[in-house]
Write a protein that binds this ligand. Sequence first.
Ligand code: HEC
Ligand code: HEC
Length: 229
Amino acid sequence: MSLQRAVVALLGMSVMAVAAADGAAIARKGAAAAVACQGCHGVAGEGVAQAGFPRLAGLGAVYLQRQLAAFADGSRVSPVMLPIAKALTKADQAAVAAYYAAMPYPAAPSAAAPARPAPPGSGAARTAAASDALPSNLGATLATRGRWSDQLPACEQCHGPGGTGVGAEFPALVGQSSAYLAAQLAAFKSGARPAGPLSLMAVVAKKLSAAEVTAVAEYYATLPARTNR
Ligand code: HEC
Ligand code: HEC
């Protein structure tokens, strides 16, 4: 019995090791007709803001896998990602999703990154919170408070404080470019992207005006990146 259990455990471990190796290989070299991911998403999964290539590092594995499946079946419309995702088997998609999910972000704290955010209740945090309420800080207000009159929760309730992501399902927003974020919000609105779990994002996106989309996308794109692990 115990031997059987040991074999099962060993098999489990070797399966995991193979999956991890595949994920790294796909990212670096590609697989079948899929070109190497890092050519566009960066060696550290950091993305290329100017080119519209999103950050993948540290996004949840379940989330990443769902996106690859959606690109492959065309429900998330992307002429670039469609052929790439389609060329990956389900096992490849799972492996490469696990690979990027385990990647720390940011890979190395950039020299330009400011000090850690002020702890809640400190003077600096209070000042920041107060300025959030100003109309000129529309993006910050939506991100940290939402708009209760319209039953619009704060983005951070699902995406975490600072937009660093929560668990395997709620992706980080910080570290993505404003153009990418705005395009995704537009896609949730138009249906060019599946509504995701419980249709949460379609509901949220439809409550945002064009000006609010721009403001909140700018807010997250300019928020200092912090490590999420
Ligand atoms: C030729 C450039 C290119 C290559 C190569 C590429 N991607 Fe992408 N990827 C993109 C673009 C552009 C988008 C944004 C698509 C959109 O607008 O929805 C994207 C989006 C994604 C997303 C969605 C991210 C999110 O935050 O929702 C995932 C996941 C992804 N790519 C995974 C991969 C993987 C895995 C590979 C390698 C097998 C890969 N990509 C190779 C260009 C590329
Ligand atoms: C009630 C929970 C919830 C709230 C509130 C919420 N989101 Fe989301 N968001 C999600 C989920 C879940 C996903 C993943 C959807 C999927 O799997 O396709 C997501 C995905 C996204 C994405 C796609 C990220 C990527 O990498 O492509 C963007 C952009 C986004 N949300 C922006 C926002 C903004 C901006 C707000 C605030 C105005 C917000 N969200 C509020 C749950 C939420």
